[in-house]
Design a protein around this ligand. Structure first.
Ligand code: ABN
Length: 183
């Protein structure tokens, strides 16, 4: 009996030592480190949020796929895809169009740009926003979206100033959205 107990003791001790050897403090600390770093880094990883179309209306047009809205394809609506970094009055509401200034005004000589996702082909486009200058505020269809817009020290991607500053008349009327190219 004594011999059996002694054998069980030796066997248990050997097992416990082996487990302790394999799963020592260092291994535990290592695993904790991986969990901590992983937990901190995981939320920073880029993942596709393009399906969310933030800020867009919810009324889905018949025949449109998931995430696409009628407004995202209507240039008279602030939710139109090209207006993702727009700030001003829509020229489409002011006697002009998406790309041309209303009569009696002229396009700003300088502009800011935005990068917007076209829901039709799912590609990003570089859009130039040109204020139309020479008349007082249009006052119709005020629209302010700020996707990827940056503070004034990144002037070319800042929308919250009067870009008529370099024109003969610095009066601001409305804003156009012109595609410059694929981003
Ligand atoms: N870029 C449009 C605008 C014009 C005047 C003042 C603020 C913003």
């Amino acid at each position: 009996m004594q011999a059996l107990f002694a054998w069980i003791d030796r066997f248990t001790q050997a097992r416990v030592r082996r487990v302790a050897h394999r799963h020592g403090r260092r291994s535990l600390i290592g695993k904790l480190g991986v969990a901590l770093v992983g937990g901190a880094v995981l939320p920073m990883l880029p993942f596709d949020r393009s399906g969310q179309m933030s800020g867009l209306g919810t009324a889905h047009a018949a025949g449109h796929g998931k995430g696409k809205t009628a407004a995202a394809e209507d240039p008279s609506k602030c939710e139109y895809w090209r207006y993702c970094a727009f700030d001003g009055y829509l020229c489409t509401c002011c006697g002009g169009s998406l790309t041309s200034c209303p009569p009696g005004t002229e396009a700003s000589k300088v502009s800011w740009v935005g990068t917007c996702l076209n829901p039709t082909d799912n590609r990003q486009y570089l859009v130039s926003y040109n204020d139309c200058c020479g008349k007082g505020s249009c006052g119709e269809c005020l629209c302010n979206n700020n996707e990827r817009e940056r503070p004034g020290y990144r002037l070319g991607v800042h929308n919250d100033i009067n870009w008529c500053m370099a024109n003969t008349s610095s009066m601001f009327h409305c804003t156009t959205s012109i595609i410059v190219g694929v981003a």
